[in-house]
Write a protein that binds this ligand. Structure first.
Ligand SMILES: [Zn+2]
Ligand SMILES: [Zn+2]
Length: 340
């Protein structure tokens, strides 16, 4: 549990019990550490969502069903599952409009004020959050289905990507997820920028056409040389003003910027002329909706392979070490997994 800024303690608490007839008790197998977990660990908050200590983070989980309530149909004890961390109310205007990711009463695993996270040995979730791991899918696939679903959703919200030249600004697990999904849809050239060279090296392995590190080079000039008319589509995946600005500078008139990154500041700013005269569209992304199954299927049919994403593993007992590694962007870390 988080017990303060950059503080974490192992605590013994009672095992959770089934409260509703559609509840499922899950023994955790693996959990991926997400950038948002790190925000809570190092800042104690994301925007207005503030941690009250002690608090358990974590929402990229996979596990085994150990008990199911009497109305549960989609899983049985013994099933390996991916856990969808969102628990919407299913009855508000947003839920009824099919936008349950912006549910008015959303509870999300490991989100302060909503629900404790899955960085613990047992959790209880409603059956709607349980997705059986079919075929050859592994617990890692189950856990990665969460960030990957965000890539699926971001590409969907771009309105189609076939044949387009795109830029991915920030190549952490979310930027990488966008790329893995884009590659399955006959995208044109993919340009990738990041300030960490190891991440750029991974993007090269995944087939990036051209990479740039804005710390060392002028990436706008570099990409403009190869793409003088500009990019069709840009994905901001790191929550940095510089990346947002570079993305807009590189878009062609009528281009679209998809903003996926979570910034640590309160306001984006943008150049009026640059956006207005060239009629740039902006689309913000809030996690994902209904994309987990698609993400799982893409891994099951091997159109997406996540081997280059999982770079580090730690046992549950060494979770703090894992968080410090990810928080410090050390050792070329992309995704670190916790094994229970
Ligand atoms: Zn996540
Ligand atoms: Zn709702």
């Amino acid at each position: 549990m988080l017990t303060g800024i950059r503080q974490m303690e192992m605590k013994e608490i009672p095992e959770p019990v089934l409260a509703k007839c559609n509840d499922v008790k899950i023994k955790m197998s693996v959990m991926g550490i997400c950038g948002s977990d790190i925000h809570y660990y190092t800042q104690g908050q994301i925007g207005s969502q503030k941690v009250q200590y002690p608090f358990t983070v974590g929402h990229e989980g996979a596990g085994v069903v150990v008990e199911a309530g009497r109305s549960v149909k989609r899983v049985r004890p013994g099933d390996q599952i991916a856990i969808e961390p969102a628990m919407p109310c299913w009855v508000c205007d947003q839920c009824l409009a099919g936008r349950h990711h912006t549910c008015r009463k959303l509870r999300f695993l490991g989100c302060p004020g909503q629900a404790e996270g899955c960085l613990m040995e047992y959790i209880v979730m409603p059956e709607e959050s349980c997705f059986p791991l079919k075929g050859k899918l592994t617990p890692d696939n189950g856990s990665i289905s969460e960030p990957l679903a965000i890539g699926v959703y971001a590409v969907k919200k771009s309105g189609g990507i076939k044949g387009l030249n795109i830029g991915i600004f920030g190549y952490g697990p979310i930027g990488m997820s966008v790329m893995l999904v884009a590659k399955t849809q006959s995208v044109g050239k993919i340009y990738v920028t990041d300030i960490i060279d190891e991440r750029l090296a991974i993007s090269r392995k995944e087939g990036a056409f051209c990479m740039g590190n804005p710390i060392r080079e002028n990436i706008v000039e570099k990409i403009m040389q190869k793409e003088p008319l500009g990019l069709d589509l840009a994905f901001e995946c790191c929550g940095k003003q510089e990346a947002f600005d570079q993305a807009i500078d590189l878009l062609k008139p009528g281009g679209k910027l998809i903003v996926v990154g979570i910034p640590e500041f309160e306001r984006w700013s943008m150049n009026v002329e640059n956006t207005r005269r060239r009629e740039i569209s902006l689309q913000f992304i809030r996690r994902q909706v209904d994309c987990v199954e698609e993400a799982l299927e893409m891994m099951n049919n091997r159109s997406i392979i996540i081997d280059n994403m999982v770079t580090h593993r730690f046992p549950f007992s060494r979770t703090k070490e894992a968080f410090d590694l990810v928080a410090g962007y050390q050792d070329g870390v992309m995704k670190a997994m916790i094994d229970f």
